[in-house]
Design a protein around this ligand. Structure first.
Ligand code: ADP
Ligand code: MG
Length: 357
């Protein structure tokens, strides 16, 4: 049910993004040939990929084949990294060979594994790319989601250790040292896919576009007026696509992780999908959601999940210690904290929220 709610939410976010970004005047449709869209009209296409709604909108070129190429690229990435199709997935092959042998993977999968290991190290294991055993156990985002037996959970967290993921770039191989270990790329694969889509669009001459992969928003250029894109930041307490503020960005990404994104409720308690490897339970701190603003969507994705696990104080230090990364933190008490680089291009538009710095 929450899956449907999420899809709806993302569609609404897409609509908000469009409402904010397509306000430049476009010339009226002049073409009589229906296959030749009028100049100046954005073209847009949505699909359900990587477990989420993908939406690509190009503003300066009326060539649908570019979007189709991009969607094919996402499908190829999905088939290699999914944990749902054993026939194609390199990640399932890697997990099945855990404790036994190294597995050859594509450069796509290798790049994502390597970046996942990097964020595992950077966050000192709060983000951990080998979190798979407990992701499977909780089943959040599926009909089977349930609070696991605490004893089983304690056993499973022992299997989480990114230091036991061996990566060898010279042979493009990966190996998990212990049987039962499992990699899960859910926290960064969408970011990687968004970056790959941007490459395809740019290689095909696109200069103004918005790519949205389930809340991972990546922009190319600015809008047709030459101004930055205005992107709405989701209100984490309102599931109906309402936003609490607006960020202006050009050629950058906004990646949001929130405890509202995917969850289930049991005995009146809410359990969300970002799990703390130390306890096995969902991250439990002051942050309701965080949006990262940076150049690469994979880095945005790695950082947003890490910050959600680190909490406000540590998360703020984590972001400030890296170059060219900004963040908007929203706490459960409706306070909004931003990093220093955002002072001039972020505004809170919902007065229920208080901007703290
Ligand atoms: P979303 O998928 O909603 O955009 P995230 O980018 O924050 O959100 O990724 C959440 C996903 O990351 C989870 O669904 C799970 O697959 C994975 N995950 C959960 N906990 C961790 C963790 N501690 N470290 C790394 N990945 C995690
Ligand atoms: Mg993430």
């Amino acid at each position: 049910m929450f899956q449907k709610r999420k899809i709806l939410l993302i569609l609404i976010i897409c609509m908000i993004a469009l409402a904010f970004t397509s306000c430049s005047k476009t010339p009226p449709a002049a073409a009589s040939d229906p296959n030749q869209p009028a100049l100046g009209q954005p073209i847009t296409k949505s699909d359900f990929l990587l477990g989420t709604v993908v939406n690509i909108t190009i503003y300066d070129k009326q060539d649908e084949s570019i979007i189709n190429k991009a969607l094919d690229r996402i499908r190829a990435i999905e088939s290699k990294m999914t944990i749902n199709n054993a026939d194609t997935s390199e990640i399932i092959a890697l997990n099945q060979a855990a404790g036994t042998s190294a597995v050859k993977v594509s450069t796509d999968t290798f790049d994502v594994l390597e970046r996942g290991k990097y964020y595992s190290e950077l966050s000192k294991g709060r983000f951990d790319i080998t979190v798979g055993p407990i992701v499977k156990l909780w089943n959040i985002g599926t009909e089977e989601a349930a609070v696991p037996d605490p004893q089983v959970l304690l056993e499973k967290i022992k299997l989480i250790d990114f230091n036991k993921l061996q990566l060898d770039r010279s042979t493009l191989t990966a190996k998990l040292d212990e049987p039962g270990m499992q990699v899960d790329l859910g926290a960064i694969a969408k970011g990687y896919a968004a970056d790959e889509v941007a490459k395809i669009l740019k290689d095909n001459g696109v200069q103004n576009a918005i790519i949205n992969l389930g809340g991972n928003v990546l922009t190319i250029g600015g809008n047709l007026k030459g101004a930055p894109w205005r992107i709405g930041i989701q209100d984490p307490f309102n599931p109906r696509g309402e936003f609490l503020g607006i960020i202006n960005i050009t050629d950058q990404t906004v990646v949001t992780s929130g405890t509202y994104e995917r969850y289930f409720e049991e005995n009146g308690k809410r359990y969300h999908h970002i799990l703390d490897p130390r306890t096995g339970y969902p991250a439990d701190n002051d942050i309701a959601s965080v949006s990262i603003i940076t150049d690469s969507s994979m880095d945005g994705d790695g950082n947003s999940t890490s910050v959600l696990l680190l909490g406000l104080e540590e998360g703020m230090k984590f972001i400030e210690s890296q170059k060219n990364i900004e963040a908007i933190f929203i706490t459960y008490d409706k306070k909004v904290y931003i990093t220093s680089g955002l002072k001039d291009n972020f505004v809170v538009t919902n007065s229920e929220f208080e901007l703290m710095n």
